[in-house]
Design a protein around this ligand. Sequence first.
Ligand SMILES: [Zn+2]
Length: 324
Amino acid sequence: MPLLRENRTQVEHGRRALSPGGPARVPAPRALLGTEPGLERVEPVRRRLALGLFTSCANPACDSGWMKLWRSRSVPVFEGGWSCSPACTRAQIEAALLREVDAHGIPEEVHRHRIPLGLAMLEQGWITSAQLRRALEAQKTAGAGRLGHWLVRQQAVSEQLVTRALGLQWSCPVLGLEAHAPEGLTAVLPRLFVDAFGALPLRIAARKIVYLGFESRLDPALALAVERMTGLRAESGLVQESLFRPAYTRMLAATFPPLELIEAASESALVQVLARRVETLKPVASRLVRLHDCLWLRMWTDPQKGPLPQIDTVRDLICSLRSS
Ligand SMILES: [Zn+2]
């Protein structure tokens, strides 16, 4: 019977893929090879093989054996790995949470020497020492406001020059806002992060670069989180204040992907909640990334087609640990 032979071949392929470097942990029962229910049970693995999907559980400590793979379950997928059971999803998320909380290799803040703004402008010949002195005095008297603000307001220095000087200070470009379309950029990062950290997604270039605009200081940790979550390269730059403000207001008024905020009492409680969300939604992809004191879980309910997901195909969760 050709059909059965074909299925048997699939089973053999499945077994090899499931048990690299050794025999299958459980021998294939006869039922799989000769009866209708057995053939049905072959289907999930056949489908996954045909689609190039996962044939083994991503949890390294998974002890369910390859028989679990006959179950009709191809989701959830977390960080590129399929998990065979809620327990394995929980284990994957726990490992990711520990990785993010330890955050080795993730620069929370890139410390580097920056030339003071006034000095940078003086060096460029953009202001005189008298202008700088008067602006510093005004700033001191007012007890508020950035030096750039006082230079513009009191010394009639052009705002473009102040932004250019900030760019020199941060060694970053000054970015423009040509044809800024916030609605198409709301899947770059949750609204809460745009709001809290002052980051303005500006545009996507060549389907692989996302430009992020900041008003007066960059946020390297945020740019890194965006890169890790979206897979796009993030290029940060400064935007002139008078252009930044209205664009930022428009961005915050746009429609973002649905967001849930979670505050957990402990890491283990957080793992439980996140695993439950992933098990409930059964995303085709999901990822956990830390940004400052928050953990950001994104779940994709459909495969992403462009450089950014459609906003109705992603769910964001932002989690924080309650400080004791
Ligand atoms: Zn498993």
